[in-house]
Design a protein around this ligand. Structure first.
Ligand code: SF4
Length: 337
């Protein structure tokens, strides 16, 4: 659209944005694993009963839903950050090789792609790079002691994401026969990169392998179907809830499953801006109090003001007609990394 020959900047922006959203939407792929993905063995439901992976594996692809477009933005952003982490590690003098090499463990039908092996003074170890939100970054820091993450500490923090990453790396250690692995966690906001060591946890490895065996047996018809997990909070936000049909359903049957990437992107942006908005409000209040009644110059700022008084108002009694108001409440049910 033009205005007297000048292109309308808003239309141009909308056009580019629409192309971007279309590109991301078309990039999405349904995920139906052929084996027990190491990256999902630590999904809390998969680790508890195996059901999450079992349902994913047995469900025909046409019955699986595509993830929201906003998630594709998030995945791509995560991949970019993770590549940057590995580039930084290399620039810091640590060789990283065999990036994204595929590993399979046929005995348990476990598969995975390791981010790489990082070379240190003590040898080369599997590396798992993850980019995350500041809150997840802080949760990992809270779980670590002296730069080391352990399963007991992770369980104490009850963070499903860190737990999932731990199971993933632990499984890679079993698959590659290494005694320890390295996590490189990047805070997407500050850009900081935390490095944590992880020592092979045999008990955790045994649990993950047992789940894989149970899933395989159920798939082959030689074992029972894995039970639903005992986490209704997970089921309510599980993307395969409509197929799995757990006994407790919080969403899905009573709520419209909305598909509005633009609105979703706005909600994500709103969430991102919230800390800055809170800081703005706090500073504004502090400044208001500090400059009350003052006129002056401070650095590059001119401070001015005037008292204003409004006359006392008398509001005659009146009856308000009934009003119907939609009180919105938006909460985040799914924690993102
Ligand atoms: S709906 Fe619940 S029980 Fe079913 S796969 Fe998802 S998390 Fe597991």
């Amino acid at each position: 659209m033009t205005n007297g020959g000048t292109p309308d900047p808003g239309s141009i922006a909308s056009e580019i944005r629409a192309d971007l959203v279309t590109y991301k939407a078309e990039k999405r792929r349904k995920w139906r694993p052929k084996s027990n993905a190491a990256s999902q063995l630590g999904h809390p439901c998969a680790l508890e009963t195996g059901r999450y992976l079992y349902i994913r594996r047995i469900t025909p692809e046409e019955n699986l839903a595509l993830h929201p477009v906003a998630k594709q933005f998030l995945f791509d952003d995560g991949n970019t950050h993770e590549e940057a982490v590995i580039a930084d590690l290399k620039a810091a003098g640590h060789q990283v090789d065999r990036g994204q090499a595929s590993y399979t463990w046929d005995a348990y039908q476990i598969s995975g792609k390791i981010d790489g092996f990082i070379y240190t003074s003590a040898g080369a170890f599997p590396l798992e790079a993850k980019a995350m939100s500041p809150s997840l970054f802080r949760a990992a820091a809270k779980a670590a002691i002296n730069g080391v993450l352990t399963w007991d500490r992770i369980k104490a923090t009850r963070n499903d994401w860190i737990a999932k990453y731990a199971v993933q790396l632990n499984t890679y250690l079993l698959m590659t026969g290494r005694p320890l692995g390295i996590f490189a966690f990047k805070d997407k906001e500050s850009g900081d990169i935390a490095i944590y060591g992880w020592a092979l946890d045999y008990d955790l490895g045994e649990t993950a392998i047992k789940r894989a065996e149970e899933i395989n047996a159920a798939m082959a018809g030689t074992g029972p179907e894995p039970k639903h997990c005992t986490r209704p909070d997970l089921c309510g936000r599980c993307e395969i809830c409509h197929i799995c049909k757990p006994p407790l359903v919080q969403f899905g049957e009573t709520r419209e499953i909305m598909d509005n990437p633009d609105l979703e992107a706005k909600l994500i942006r709103l969430e991102e801006l919230e800390p800055a908005y809170k800081e703005y409000k706090t500073l504004d209040e502090q400044i208001k109090a500090a400059v009350r009644g003052k006129i002056g110059v401070l650095g590059d700022f001119e401070i001015d003001g005037a008292w204003s008084e409004s006359p006392a108002q008398v509001i005659p009694e009146h009856t308000e007609p009934p009003r119907r108001q939609w009180r919105r409440k938006i909460t985040k049910w799914r924690k993102t990394a």
